[in-house]
Write a protein that binds this ligand. Structure first.
Ligand SMILES: [Zn+2]
Length: 110
């Protein structure tokens, strides 16, 4: 991969990491266990439980995506970077830009 392409990619990944960190903070905040409050009715409590489980799922997705990106960023100077982990083919730059942190080529990801 050319240096200039790599630089663009690193920038893109840093931006994505920043966005994900905000997302994780926001989701952590809204999935915090709430103290039982008798002033909310049973229905809204049910609603709340459903929302929390949806948001927890989103939180764990965002966290694992964040961990994946941070891993890739730590290993950006690895000579293997930009190559498919599965078959070793170079991953097209366009794919890396579209999916920062991708470690598989299009074929292997399918
Ligand atoms: Zn592959």
């Amino acid at each position: 991969m050319q240096e200039i392409q790599k630089e663009a990619l690193v920038q893109k990944m840093h931006a994505e990491v920043g966005r994900l960190k905000q997302e994780v903070d926001r989701l952590r905040e809204i999935t915090k266990p709430v103290a039982p409050d008798d002033s909310i009715g049973r229905l809204s409590r049910m609603d709340n439980i459903v929302n929390i489980s949806v948001n927890r799922a989103a939180l764990s997705k965002a966290e694992s995506r964040l961990a994946g990106l941070e891993y890739v960023l730590r290993n950006i100077d690895d000579p293997e970077f930009g190559y498919c982990m599965e078959c070793g083919a170079p991953i097209p730059h366009a794919r890396l830009m579209a999916m920062p942190g991708a470690t598989l080529c299009v074929k292997c990801a399918e």
